[in-house]
Design a protein around this ligand. Sequence first.
Ligand code: BES
Ligand code: ZN
Length: 631
Amino acid sequence: MLRFSRVIVACGVLLALACGKKEVRHAPPVSNYSYAQLDGAVVTNMTLDLNVDFDHKRIDGVAALDIDNPHGATKLYLDTWAMRILKVARDDPGTSEKTGKKAATPWTLGDSLPLIGRPLVVDITPDTRHVVVRYQTGADARGLQWLDPEQTAMRDKPYLYTQSESILARSWIPCQDTPAVRFTYSARVHVPAGLMALMSARNPRSVHPDGVYTFTMPQSIPSYLLALAVGDIEYRPISRRCGVYAEPNRVNDALWEFIDMEKMVETAEKLYGPYRWGQFDVLVLPPAFPYGGMENPRLTFLTPVLLAGDRSLVSTVAHELAHSWSGNLVTMADWDDFWLNEGFTTYFERRITEALYGRDIAEMEAVLGYKELLDEIKAAGPGSKDTALHIPLDGRDPDQVLGIAPYEKGYLFLRMLEGTVGRKRFDTFLRKYFDTFSFQPMTTGRFLKYMKSELLDNNEELAATLKLHDWAYEGGLPDNAPRPESARFARVEEEAKRFTRGAPASDLDTGQWTSMEWQQFLAQFGTLETAQMADLDTAFHFTKRNGEIQRSWYLLCITSQYEPDYPLMEKYLVRIGRRWLIRPIYTRLCETKDGRRRALRIYRRARPGYHSITRDTIDKIVDWKAANRRN
Ligand code: BES
Ligand code: ZN
């Protein structure tokens, strides 16, 4: 860890010299995404006191930081975003015993950079071990979404949730916002009476009438796993260590939908070792949540779209659970190595799915992912390194640049390795990898080195035939990439052909089709006649199916200009903020004649309810700026 961070610092200094920068107001950031100095003072523990003020949509916070400072640095660097700093104090050994008080200490907020915000630079001494920051979150704190009662299922009380990944934690807590720094934390959170507060920590199970909650997270985590949710929330246990949180009118549905959670944890443990976080609970959020799921430790956040009523979308829970090993235990050192989190997790997710629900189910998911990957590689264009495993982000916004490649190319890479050495050996290797590097940052280079020595006996010739370098550092897919195939999809494609040739929808053999088979079915058609669309609609009621099937249906509605379902599509786009579901719909609308005008009209209604992450993405698709300049 130390050696690794020194290398980064050295590179940063060299880079600054090479660029011929004359004046650096503060030491340059060691990463493109954080002002933290990994070789300087690092935060090891946080004690938070947060007051959640719904009236002003603001958190008033005190962050008491314990620091480790092995090389005697005299500045502490923290990341902040749109945050008001009220007071900074420090507590040097000896002084507090004498005065019983922490002494105010000089600090500055550096210039603001568009993506990464402002460094909070605090004067410390080589002996300082505690720094306390009093602050208020800003009106545009990007990691917070404040929801009005109408945006919740109960429509009665307001709701707040955080999304810290990738670099948004700094907007609600001053911290060293890089995945290479880990710390433990505890918190006291004050919320309006009647609401429940939950964190990525040991959680309450009932509402505290006084609105005061305390939390502890004894295992060290990176800042992107800091999480808080406040709302009208209830708990239902599934097992001793698993359960669901949701709004009162959703919580029983959630219990039914996710009843397999305990079995998932047991399956995961059999594969890659003990679950290390104690509790595995999920929280079902309101529909504005921009992701399918977020792996906040002890408390995965989920979109309510997963409440399909038929357990058809539970693989997302398996995915977030898998992060408890890949990501939360062994963590990418920086955002360029995102595949170390998501590729491993996609592989692990499908192994859980295979063990619990069968190989054909896991294989269908792999084929759908493969198709998305090929589309992304094509869109990136030849020569683009944005579809390499290690993505040279170069300061671009991770939330806008990182796509499907880290997930699906990462998955194929691990599947290729599995195929090369055999499943048994690969599983032993992965288990050892998680054990060896738990609670540590990992880079692509370090992983490849470890893998070569553990799996390939340092056989450089073999490494060359496996094209490790191409996989890791070049875009596209090397020719030794496995190609997932599904016999069940072959039958679906057959039925789709029969329909195109004139068979009525009611004649199709769709018996026990899963969500994936329906998606594959709908993806077979370019454009259909209005009568064909109506036939499908009446036979299969796609607008009433789960959110993923609806997405495929609305995409087909747009290319086929099938007007009758546009009002329901609009409702879907206004209600749901999950980016992966709605982005392709806006994109396709903007590709059709008159579609952009329709997209803009819908977006004008939907935008206020979306999370800033979703807004940033859709703004670009519909060219929101230009649209507002003209009007
Ligand atoms: N950690 C991600 C979500 C994320 C990625 C947040 C990048 C911020 C930046 C989470 O584990 C994830 O991958 N979610 C997927 C679900 C999944 C089943 C692939 C999603 O939201 O679609
Ligand atoms: Zn993930």
